[in-house]
Write a protein that binds this ligand. Sequence first.
Ligand code: ASP
Length: 444
Amino acid sequence: MENIIVAKFGGSSLADAHQFEKVKNIVEANGDRKYIVPSAPGKRHSKDYKITDLLYLCSTHVEQGISFDDVFKIISDRYNEIVTELSEKYNHMKALDINTYLLKIKYDIESGCPSDYTASRGEYLNAIILSTLLNYDFIDASDLIFFDKYGRLNADHTHKGIVKKLSSSKNAVIPGFYGSDPSGKIKTFSRGGSDITGALIARGAGASLYENWTDVSGFLMADPRIITNPMPIEAITYRELRELSYMGATVLHEDSVFPVREAGIPINIKNTNSPLDRGTLIVGDTHPMEKCGTITGIAGKKDFTVIAIEKNLMNTELGFCRKLLSILESNNVVFESMPAGIDTVSLVIPDYQLDNKLETIIEEINRQCKPDSLEILPNMALIATVGRGMSKSKGIAAKIFEALAKNNVNIRMINQGSSEINIIVGVENNDFEKAINSIYNAFL
Ligand code: ASP
């Protein structure tokens, strides 16, 4: 069976002509890279603009009746620069007249086209350029990614569309981020959505691997702003990834994971600027861990408030927790976790959820649940130590707690889910960085 790799390149991988060249070299280095999904040009440096942001800006200008000429000129200059520089090196690029495309887009924006259409043109133009550079077919995403009339992805129709379209193309570039609705109008995913396009194409193509090329060599075991030079994660399962990204560590668009997860296709996060680095491989949940007793990563979030409730014989009171949780629900508040003792239960709630609502919630808990005592404990941070290698191996929790104790960090809460791939501790906001350092150093 032939091997197919679907490679998605993010905005920074296609930010200028030099980056396009790197992408060309990467694609040509492995003939299995048959289907390529580009994002729009991203930032070349920290003060630069993302083309997608500028396109949205054009739409707002038109809506407000302001001229968008200046903004459009920045967009147009950027694409012209890319094509001109590439044409200097690659003769076949000279045949591409990017200005004809740009003029049509400008005309469409002037005529008041919907903002989804405008925003999608960044990927569209990049795909035109890249397909010319690689001598690959160009397949418009509107011909194979389909949304329903409510704006949701129509996964079945999309899958069939992809299978059909790709069957007549051996090598193609398909723009990321958008598709079409039942009336044929362009519809985009949420921001960062090219990751989803890539995953859908990978599934439809029956790929053996989905490569997601960015500007980092995969996931790191901890936040580099807290740990100096953290080790990269070589392999991580989807479940571990979910736990870590939920706790704040993220490189991938969340929705992009499940089309490939369902199909059992691994994702390789790779670095366009350092293509030989192995990156991180995201694999099925049954993937074995080489070394038992090790961890995969540490992530955490600050700013939680704990509502600690105590009531004698709570464990025998029917419906106590239902009442408690329905108070949160009726106030539209989501809680993070609910550690419990015999006569105690705590609600751990992110501060941003509690905006102006804490007083009402406390008043309702007192009235409906009649606790013996209720305490509000602010400024808690949660830290998750995640790893499939910890399940069924002894001493992991001991190592974490010992490390924290040695470094004088007080643990305010402990929580281990039944999956045994995650131990969460609650510490003071002020101890957050110290706690992550202590745990990291204990394992590495
Ligand atoms: N260009 C789009 C954005 O900036 C989509 C993407 O890059 O994935 O959100």
